[in-house]
Design a protein around this ligand. Sequence first.
Ligand code: G3P
Length: 217
Amino acid sequence: MKFFIDTANLAQIKEAQALGVVDGVTTNPSLMAKEGITGKDNILKHYVAICNIVDGDVSAEVIATDFEGMVREGEALADLHPQIVVKLPMIADGIKACKYFTDKGIRVNMTLVFSAGQALLAAKAGATYVSPFIGRLDDISTDGLNLISEIRLIYDNYEYETEILAASVRHTMHIIDCAKLGADVMTGPLSAIMGLLKHPLTDIGLAQFLSDYKKGN
Ligand code: G3P
């Protein structure tokens, strides 16, 4: 499973990259705003800065909600850097734009996906990634992980190549469950990735090894 980090915070992206287990970055307008990155030029520069830190794919989201606007913005984003994947919202014009970009060889991540039907449309439009938001489904008492299973089944039935990018991942168990269910990618905060490291028996065992070493040296 690929690990993407879901943030626009450069320090966190550097920390994740240094750990050596991060395969890409996802961002969205809310994550950009959270870092105080505003204005079109600053946002574009920020995407380039992110691409210069990580080796893998960097999802950059359009703001337009009409086909022409999405094409204009998406082409500008794709021109920024070869690592950019254009992120489009799961609406009719987003699907049209997905097909347009895919036909041109520009990779797309379809975002704000909350149902298996939406994921099926994304695959038919040739999306590179589909992003089901599991945490937001859990927030409204709907099983987000069940959506990952449904999409996995459908994509496997027809051998769709679109990668399932589990998004809105909030904690370590989301990551582990997504891995069990066969999500291709998960994107989450650095805290969830670092949380995978934690085990008290590791800490206790290490302390014991070091203390035993000191006794003999
Ligand atoms: O990857 C999608 C993500 O940014 C949304 O996460 O936690 O705001 O639902 P969240």
